[in-house]
Design a protein around this ligand. Sequence first.
Ligand code: WTA
Length: 702
Amino acid sequence: MTEGQEEAQVSESQIAVHWREEEYYYPPESFVQQANAADPAIFDRFSEENFPDCFKEYSDMLSWDAPWETILDTSNAPFWNWFVGGRLNASYNCVDRHLAARANKAAIIWVPEPESDEPVAITYRDLYHRVNEFAALLRDFGGVKAGDRVTLHMPMVAELPVVMLACARLGVVHSEVFGGFSGNACGTRIADSGSRILITMDGYYRSGTVQDHKVKADEAVAEAHKQGQDVDKVLVWRRHPGQYASQTPMVEGRDFFVDEVIAQYRGQIVEPVSMPAEAPLFLMYTSGTTGRPKGAQHSTGGYLAYVTGTSKYYQDIHPDDTYWCMADIGWITGHSYIVYGPLSLGTTTVIYEGTPNYPDAGRPWRIAERLGVNIFHTSPTAIRMLRKVGPDEPKKYNYHFKHMTTVGEPIEPEVWRWYHEAVGKAEAVIVDTWWQTETGGFLGSSLPALKPMKPGSCGPAVIGIYPAIYDEDGHEVPDGKAGNICIRNPWPGIMQTIWGQPERFLSVYYEKYNKDPDSKDWHAWPYFCGDGAVRAPDGYYRILGRVDDVINVAGHRLGTKELESAALTVPEVAEAAAVPVVDDIRGRAVEMYVSLKPGSPPGDEMAKKVTRAIEVEIGKIARPKNVWIVADMPKTRSGKIMRRVIAAISNFTDTGDVTTLANPEIVEDIRQQVQEAKLAQGEKPKELSETEVEEIKSFGTE
Ligand code: WTA
């Protein structure tokens, strides 16, 4: 059978995706000797027949105030409750419990971006005091109590985990918004979570300049107010206590400098509030297919147990390691694998303020050398960028990693090999970890001492996770065929719900493959990840990317609807469509297509207005690569914009059959306009991989 014939007989999601099988790489013996998980019996312990009891092993890694009675309560399926009856405090687990053995060991080493500034080590004892003092301030000056939500809009400074842990100490639910998001995006999240307090910083360093960050707090408070939520207090940390780095005035009676207020709380100790295991610990907002962001609500006991267990086994963290995850704490990776997992294990976690290639591409390797980092964690985008600007930098520095992680996007095998050989000096084991904001911790990864690495595949499912790949009708697809990857079982790290939108939790993640809406049996509730994937015969998964309207830019999820709503805030814009373009560094970039209301002049100014609107509504990370102002959008007869047609134009791939469109003639006009302009800008059509072509071909067809 030829490939064409084969394709004709299967549904779209079953189209075979062929790629070269990569060779296995085996972990160095020195790694295996010291690994936390080196006994293959672990696979039996976490086998499906031992589910859910297997997760007792993770809960045993925590200190509980009261033991749990029921490991998994499914009575309100699919709103799972883990470790029911148990009580604990997350800040106690990440701080207090390490004091006996490690009080004077560094919990955090903070590295300021200016290289002339020394790294700052914060011992567990220091951290304990800082967390207690800020908890006292939050409680007595902020007036918050267990269950209240507080929004944080903080950059990569040590004060951020201090604030998170202070909230956790009180049972207050923190909601950290990525520092690079705009004031408006922050305001929307304040309103959605119902926060009365915003905690921010005056400024921070990024690529050599001080960003005025406080200005965003004013925008955020105004936007939240517009959406019906008033903020009573804005607590402003100063990057240099005593000196204000922002141009924006402080608002009398609303804005307070933390370094001033905290003076009256010096030395105070706040008893950690004993929280039920199922009390929410934090919200982490993420993009979905509609404009309103989704606040993934994570639990105290289940989440903390899951990130502790996976940090121990998959990140191979020991208390004496120096662990550096270069992600931003404003994303789930930072919450789970900079703050909660590593600190729960009592290790040293490094926090770097700035951009990886500032002032040059040797910076990460100088930090690693200087601090003796032995576990390193980053994203394919950072790896691609460092490889492009400084392929020979790593060998100039005398650092040695035992373990490295990649997270957030698929990694190309050749990029993986550079990471392995150049960055890891062929000494380090690599784990490619696939997971999501919603899942709290890893879903797919190799267990580093026990399974070989395979470039381009995240590996098998992690222990205690049982995936299945289904076609559109819920039939499992055979190995080697693409489909929608789902997790058949609940696990302790899964979000509890979408904050304030339980119906969306059900409809987005469960409705598609639920077998019986009344069932209280977990088997009836496969979790739909929203990713396409293929399983190889060895059980390793290759993640193909999102199957919904989400664009993964540099590992950051951007919803097309969010981008389009932002463009539509420009009064002249009549219609907008966002599409992904394959990008050498960032994986994907965004291109916007807009059509204007009659009488509105097209041109560069208008394109800039659209870009500006996206920066204001979302943030600079979402800035489109190009804004194309077109006469009309290609549409179906029912009026739906055919995003896959314009995506194909942006990527120089085949638009496929357009004859059934309502306005097929527009396709050729747009192609000429866009592709000519791109060629004139010096862009060269790229050779796309088969999976990239598939992604573009099916973009926005859901
Ligand atoms: C993608 C980030 C391939 C995937 C932790 C997922 C990946 C989305 C990988 C979640 C990986 C994450 N290989 N793709 N190792 N890790 N993804 O919520 O599409 O920011 O659904 O969580 O990123 O992104 P999020």
